[in-house]
Design a protein around this ligand. Structure first.
Ligand code: SAH
Ligand code: SF4
Ligand code: F3S
Length: 434
């Protein structure tokens, strides 16, 4: 039987799709690269903002039509599945099964039941061993870095966020499992490891996150370590030290601030003030120069005044983030922020977002421009040159690089190359071999 998985959302979802894919392959299913050839389609969904959910329902509409023309088993998993549970069947009766985020390993059983003709098969239960996925089963996509889960779930309670609900409370994977997986990844040829969790800083699977970084860095063959993602309140001095002193940690830190206004942060229940956030960033010390800084902003949170927004613009100037992701606040089901009065006109919210994004673009451009003329190691992320003649690569600071290597030069996918940066735009750097 042929299957196809569609994925929305964050790296955790990307990686879950790799796990789900592995489970189906183990059962003898065959992966196909197009929906047209699929007999089973699995939607791995995200519910972080309304837009993400909208995309899923649009796709479900398309699948309903397809299912009227030919046999098709439709499964839904991911955060929307965990959030809506059986209500999904009411909204979209074409769905055959619903699989929760903490029941991934039940996939083969659910598919089997659906194939046997059972209707509305569902498992959104919380399995105590859901974070102990067998590493050798995972079917990785062919990217230059290997995603490795170290913890799942979130114990924070930001008032706008569905994640504590859709991913459950924190569970940490035992450190021996993680290290065994990292070794397996190196054996398979990976040189870059991205450690994943909703809040990696609060890892506690037998050691602290700072200690885990140390252990992963000691695995022979590991060149770069990345981490996604961190809550500022769990960003300790010890961890900051571990990041800046470990040469294998890629110099990129994503630390979401959300707003520059203490009043807004309080209503978001972020547990820090702007001053505390800045203090924590300062833990990086000298390392701050070497690290690219990234953050998330939510614009138009209920009650955000002009002054609140100016405070956000100010923090952007103060920190000079190298890059950031900014979103309009999206009201989410079963979140406490729904109770807050949200009376800012949509046009005002959009103006604010546009202004912030415009300024960020300038900052990113300036930050990239500072790299021109520098020699940098980059990882080759394409198997050959594009039609425009350059190879795709990535810096440790996570900038995209278009690398001109000369016509007949062969580069190895996933390896590091020494380059000189020759051009900087807001979206990518140009480079040549050094
Ligand atoms: N665990 C991560 C967040 C994952 S969600 C962390 O705390 O860092 C990624 C980003 O989506 C958040 O940082 C936030 O900026 C944004 N986000 C979450 N819920 C949102 C909502 N209801 N509306 C708009 N943006 C939201
Ligand atoms: Fe959501 Fe906050 Fe947890 Fe991040 S820390 S996943 S924003 S509740
Ligand atoms: Fe989306 Fe769930 Fe990730 S809501 S961002 S897929 S944790």
């Amino acid at each position: 039987m042929k299957f196809y998985i569609e994925t929305w959302g964050c790296q955790m979802n990307d990686h879950d799709s790799e796990k789900l894919s592995g489970l189906l392959l183990r059962e003898g299913f065959e992966a196909v690269s197009s929906l047209d050839d699929a007999e089973l389609v699995l939607l791995n969904t995200c519910s972080i903002r309304e837009k993400a959910v909208h995309k899923v329902y649009t796709e479900l509409g398309r699948l309903r039509e397809l299912k009227q023309q030919r046999p098709l088993i439709i499964g839904v998993t991911g955060c929307l599945a965990q959030q809506e549970k059986a209500a999904l069947f009411k909204r979209a009766p074409q769905i055959d099964f619903v699989l929760g985020t903490m029941a991934l390993q039940q996939l083969p059983r659910l598919v089997e039941e659906a194939l046997a003709g059972r209707r509305r098969v569902i498992d959104t239960g919380e399995y105590p061993d859901n974070h102990l996925f067998p590493a050798e089963v995972t079917q990785r996509r062919s990217t230059a870095k290997a995603l490795v889960t170290i913890m799942e779930g979130c114990n924070h309670a930001c008032t706008y966020c569905v994640v504590p609900n859709t991913r459950g409370a924190e569970r940490s994977r035992p450190m021996s499992d993680i290290l065994a997986e990292v070794r397996l990844m190196v054996e398979q040829g990976y040189r870059e490891i991205e450690l994943l969790g909703q809040n990696v800083n609060s890892y506690h699977g037998g050691c602290s996150f700072a200690e885990l970084l140390e252990l992963v860095a000691e695995v022979k063959g590991v060149e770069w370590i990345r981490l996604t993602t961190s809550h500022p309140m769990n960003f300790t001095r010890e961890l900051a030290q571990a990041l800046v002193t470990n040469p294998k940690v890629a110099p990129f830190l994503h630390l979401p601030i959300q707003s520059g206004s203490n009043a807004v942060l309080r209503r978001m229940l972020r547990e820090y003030t702007v001053e505390q956030y800045l203090e924590r960033l300062a833990y990086l010390g000298e390392g701050r120069q070497r690290f690219a800084l990234s953050t998330d902003f939510i614009v138009g949170f209920p009650g955000e005044t002009d002054e609140d927004f100016e405070a956000t613009m100010l923090v952007l100037e103060t920190v000079q983030f190298d890059t950031s992701f900014s979103f309009l606040y999206s009201p989410r089901p079963a979140t406490p922020a729904l109770r807050l009065k949200d009376d800012i006109p949509a046009t005002v919210k959009l103006e604010r977002l546009t202004r912030l994004q415009q300024r960020q673009k300038e900052l990113t451009q300036a930050s990239n421009a500072r790299l021109v003329g520098r020699e940098l190691e980059v990882r080759i992320e394409s198997h050959g040159p594009t039609e425009q003649g350059h190879w795709m690569a990535r810096t440790g600071q996570w900038q995209n690089v278009h690398l001109s290597a000369g016509k007949d030069r062969q580069l190895t996918f996933g390896s590091l190359a020494r380059t000189r940066i020759t051009y900087a735009g807001p979206h990518f750097l140009g480079a040549e071999l050094a």
